[in-house]
Design a protein around this ligand. Sequence first.
Ligand SMILES: C[S@@+](CC[C@H](N)C(=O)[O-])C[C@H]1O[C@@H](n2cnc3c(N)ncnc32)[C@H](O)[C@@H]1O
Length: 267
Amino acid sequence: MNLEKLFKKFSSDKFNHQYHKVYHSYLYSLRSKKLNILEIGVADGSSLKAWAEYFKNSRIIGIDIKKINLKKKKLNKKNIFFHRGSQTNKSFLDELKRKYSKFDIIIDDGSHFPKDVIFTFKELFSSLNTNGLYFVEDTQTSYNHFFGGNAFDLKYAKTHMNYFKNLVDTLNYKEIPNPFYIKGKFDGLIKNISFYNNMIVIKKGINEIESNLVLNNSYENKRYLTKISRNRNNELKYFIKYKIIFKIYTFILFLLNLFKKTILLRF
Ligand SMILES: C[S@@+](CC[C@H](N)C(=O)[O-])C[C@H]1O[C@@H](n2cnc3c(N)ncnc32)[C@H](O)[C@@H]1O
């Protein structure tokens, strides 16, 4: 049965959100594999039952802050595992990581509070296998102040939408010609970040493609090396141009932006 039918069969609200369309595009080719799938937020267990039927060879692990009566909710199946705890409890998440080691798919359908979603992603990313997928559902709470979101400062509020929008830069971290750039925790480890209606998908994977413009966060160094490799006779001219004049220009821009960020308190 396909995901659309399974979400309908088990009355999961994933069907109302039309999440089956996104999930289908990522998961169809994986359905016969033996995977560790973690879903944050169990509630009635509708989605766990759908996943258990869709991924017959996988382990479906559900966590929820609330007590769940597995028998009553018909979740006492051999490929469904439940743990009670909060997605914001570091020691609980560490225990989960110790128990299952790595996950292939993680779905955050828990509290939907921006700070919880960000915290959980930062904590669980290391336990996602290379080529693993991380799904964040119901990102509409980012815009809603009754859920800890912000409807009035769409670009800079501390919401999960903004967190993941900013994380997109990690895909191109080798292209950033800032000599003071500090390598981020996720740099080189994410292949793809996709945004859908109320949903974000992050694909983990090695992303270390070298830039054709920048070398170790320096455009000047790359340009200088390219130029002298083509024409050794003008080494001094290129040195003055790229290693002195261009670097001074970059440094001035760095200082101006530092000043701007300090005034605006944006780092
Ligand atoms: C939208 S429901 C999950 C629905 C389920 N995934 C499905 O599709 O059928 C959200 C669940 O997250 C749980 N939850 C809320 N805050 C949580 C937290 N901090 N940690 C873990 N679970 C949480 C709630 O108890 C609730 O059962």
